[in-house]
Design a protein around this ligand. Structure first.
Ligand SMILES: CCCCC/C=C\C/C=C\CC/C=C/CC(=O)SCCNC(=O)CCNC(=O)[C@H](O)C(C)(C)COP(=O)(O)OP(=O)(O)OC[C@H]1O[C@@H](n2cnc3c(N)ncnc32)[C@H](O)[C@@H]1OP(=O)(O)O
Length: 525
């Protein structure tokens, strides 16, 4: 199994959601206006703050990433993830750290007006419809006067209350544009910002209500012309890891291009545009040939889930397969065929544990089902919050236990019933139905069926949709919906294990499992 971490542009996590907190924040900022704002600490929670800053004059080489914290946690979770984190973190850290050289950075910050200001910042895209008073309120602080970029952008976009927008170090007019759009459920539209240093050529919104987007910008006098600053809209997930490295690339380009000035201290300074990154883990099941749930894979999954749950950097996991044509073949029959009862018991406990963790996970789990998904594979998918299935008639999904001569335990049945209802489950379970995509969609087993090459990007869009909901409300609701089902297993876990062991260890069941495995092997030949 592989963990790949990608950034989803997600600025809301630390955004004050309640009116009170937003108001308090504003009040605090209005009366206490320390200048310059301190460079935000590089925290575990937010690997990259959206900093709207400008580097001026001499810069120092960026220091190494901090010890401990998120890198250490990630290192424990996955060396790959850790490497990726470190490289991106390093890149993202580079600029703000350089900026910490006294006097070398100016946070874009405006004089805060003493007069009351509208509480809800509204942005009007296109720049034409400037909000009344925007010109008066969006004056920059003298320290920021050398950086007209942000103020101009804010003005062009018609920010009603630019100072507040600019004071939030993780915010920018571009983000606010999207927040606002989102709140008003309007489709995103391209915007255009101009500055003598940078034009943000286009902000590509995801289809509403997703809010990740990419920004294309032109850095004037920049040899490479248009530069993609970040975003993943419409990209295949396999490209998602590029989202973080954009910052690294940008910084690298910066030191190679005209902005070599940054390191030499000569030449013009350039605005630096860092985007907030939050993290969605992409878990790829990789247990060839068919991702059968071996004891090892189950254990890996449980451990990874626990680590991701505990690492508050993550809000969601996209679960998909690295094996061609198969999402997950369900229980590894070799783990319960010809094995002793103790092994079967250990195996079943691991299966229970995985289901419990997934079913009650506080993270958003999206299954990107890019292959066949029978039996236990279907249960893995049903434990997620949302399922996107590739439109291929060979990729069938369902609980086919009866066809193997075995019986789905009550909690598998409950999961099925909770998803597709009682009557449909009754029929499908008895018949051991495996549904092709169109039927799976019709019966409600999956939420979307899309062409195979769009499974990952659709999963990402779905993820954005689910992450749009405040975590606490979504988590409590999930718990409310699922707890009773999970509790039922928790109450009878030992009995369920005993049932399983005594059932699969019966001679007759062992024989039918053997015969089934044999059939699978022969089918290949
Ligand atoms: C009243 C008392 C009640 C008590 C109740 C208590 C407990 C209940 C008891 C039991 C409940 C158990 C719940 C079970 C849920 C399950 O998950 S059972 C597993 C069901 N899985 C399947 O049926 C899937 C079978 N596989 C396939 O259909 C196909 O392999 C595939 C996934 C569609 C892929 O097809 P493809 O053509 O690509 O591959 P091959 O078929 O050629 O297979 C390649 C290779 O892999 C082996 N293999 C396939 N599936 C499994 C598997 N599940 N486990 C182990 N090995 C598998 C296959 O044999 C081939 O092997 P090779 O020839 O050696 O290469």
């Amino acid at each position: 199994m592989d963990l790949i971490h990608c950034c989803v542009r997600w600025p809301w996590k630390n955004f004050p959601t309640s009116k009170t907190s937003l108001f308090q924040k504003e009040e605090r900022l209005r009366h206490y206006n320390p200048l310059p704002l301190t460079v935000p600490a590089f925290s575990n929670r937010m690997p990259a703050q959206c900093v709207f800053s400008r580097i001026e004059g001499k810069g120092k080489r960026s220091p190494p990433p901090p010890p401990g914290g998120a890198p250490a946690k990630l290192a424990a979770a996955s060396p790959v993830a850790s490497r990726k984190w470190r490289s991106s973190a390093h890149a993202l850290r580079g600029a703000p750290r350089r900026a910490q050289t006294p006097g070398s950075v100016t946070y874009v910050q405006s004089n805060l007006p003493r007069r009351p200001v509208p509480r809800s910042p509204r942005l009007r895209p296109g720049g034409a419809a400037r909000a009344p008073g925007a010109g008066r309120t969006a004056r920059s602080h003298p320290g920021a006067a050398t950086c007209p970029f942000s103020a101009k952008m804010a003005l062009a976009s018609g920010v009603r209350f630019a100072p507040r927008a600019l004071l939030r170090p993780w915010s920018s007019p571009v983000e606010l544009f999207h927040h606002d759009r989102y709140r008003h459920h309007e489709p995103p539209a391209p915007v255009h910002y101009e500055d003598k240093h940078v034009s943000v050529v286009k902000v590509w919104g995801g289809t509403e209500p997703s809010r990740y987007f990419l920004i294309t910008a032109r850095i004037h006098k920049w040899p490479s012309g248009i530069l993609r600053l970040g975003g993943i809209n419409g990209d295949d997930i396999s490209e998602a890891p590029r989202v973080c490295p954009w910052a690294r690339r940008w910084v690298q380009t910066a030191s190679a291009g005209p902005a070599a000035a940054l390191s030499t201290g000569a030449g013009p300074s350039l605005p630096l545009f860092l985007l907030l990154a939050e993290w969605v883990a992409v878990m790829k099941l990789r247990n060839p040939p068919v991702n059968a749930l071996s004891l090892e894979l189950l254990t890996e999954l449980v451990i990874s889930l626990e680590k991701l749950e505990n690492d508050k950097t993550f809000r969601g996991i996209i679960l998909t397969s690295d094996c061609p044509r198969v999402f997950c073949a369900g229980l590894d029959l070799t783990e319960i065929c010809g094995r002793n009862p103790a092994h079967c018991a250990e195996y079943w406990k691991a299966m229970q544990e995985l289901w419990l963790r997934m079913y009650l996970s506080s993270l958003v789990l999206v299954a990107a089902i890019n292959g066949a998904c029978p039996a236990g594979g279907c249960i893995i998918a049903l434990s997620c919050d949302c399922r996107v299935l590739a439109d291929n008639p060979k990729y069938r999904i369902g609980l086919n236990e009866t066809l193997l001569g075995i019986i789905a335990p009550f909690w598998l049945k409950d999961t099925y019933v909770n998803t597709i209802g009682h009557r449909a489950s009754e029929q499908a379970l008895q018949l051991g139905s495996l549904f092709p995509p169109a039927e799976a969609l019709q019966v409600g087993l999956v939420d979307q069926v899309v062409p195979e090459d769009q499974v990952q990007s659709t999963a990402l869009s779905e993820m954005a949709r689910w992450l749009a909901v405040p975590d606490h409300a979504r988590q409590l609701t999930k718990n409310m919906m699922r707890k009773a089902t999970a509790d039922r297993l928790l109450r009878q876990r030992d009995a369920d294990t005993q049932n399983f062991v005594s059932f699969v260890c019966r001679d007759s069941i062992q024989k039918s499992l053997q015969a089934y495995l044999e059939k699978l092997r022969q089918r290949k030949g």
